[in-house]
Design a protein around this ligand. Sequence first.
Ligand code: ZN
Length: 317
Amino acid sequence: MTKINTVLGPIDSSNLGFTLSHEHICNGFGGSPFTFPEFLDIEATLERASIDLLEAKDEGLKTIMDVAPHDQGRNIKLQQEVSKRSGINIITCTGTWLDVPRFFEGLHPNKIATLYIREIEEGIEGTEVKASIIKVASDKGGVKPQEELVLRAAARASKSTGVPIMTHTWAPDRIGEEQVRIFKEENLDMNLVCIGHSNDSTDIQYLTGLLEQGVWLGMDRYPGGQLGTPLWKQRTKIIKSLIELGWGHRIMLAHDWDSSIGLHSPEFRAAREAYNPDNYLFITRNVLPYLRQLGATNTDIENLTTHNPQKYLEGTR
Ligand SMILES: [Zn+2]
């Protein structure tokens, strides 16, 4: 039995249940919860997230991985409150997203790793909440030097703690391959790596190429269709193809959704609602029935939604 830290303390990994591997309660920016608390309407966000996750719980959801680190506006106390109100386990992260602090420049990766390790072993922002994932990000056009630095720091923190890494990528530019190359240079066990946002691509060669390197794949953006990326049915067909090729045991699902209510205009929010009216339930209500229609079995679905996230977090295979 393995204990996995959630924002409300450790739980047995066998109790994680139906898990979405890449979601957020809220999004912001470095320091936003403390410096510009009015950026996000905390009460409204808390209420919205709790209602949506309670509804998702009724339809089978048990756990989400909230993969917003410090520079994405992580708010630990909000995550705790949402978890209490909704009954959904929330697993939180350390690491750095796309806004790598300028002051990291010139630091040795080991020094940055100690920051992540402290959030994993001791706690985050004065709380006893411990991170169970290390989030790192690289985007369009390739891994930038400051992003490479945090990838290397994350690899070292993962090697030291056994906590797995979750990446943000831009799959149309095959950024996952660059991340794998850097992690391999760090001699990291690829079983501790999930290459995220991989369902922004339908290039089966790219996807199987990554899987052959030993990583997990996060098919973690739904419904999709933004910036010319595949629509949800195309995304789902690719998952079915990967299952047929024998990779159903290495894939996890999520939406990359969040419940933020803040300074954005009502029109902005309405557009988001229209994009995904099912919020954290789009997969349950649309993707899984369609996967079954395509021929996926209950075992396939259980692997994607339950067994794979459990193994990823445990560091087992
Ligand atoms: Zn995200």
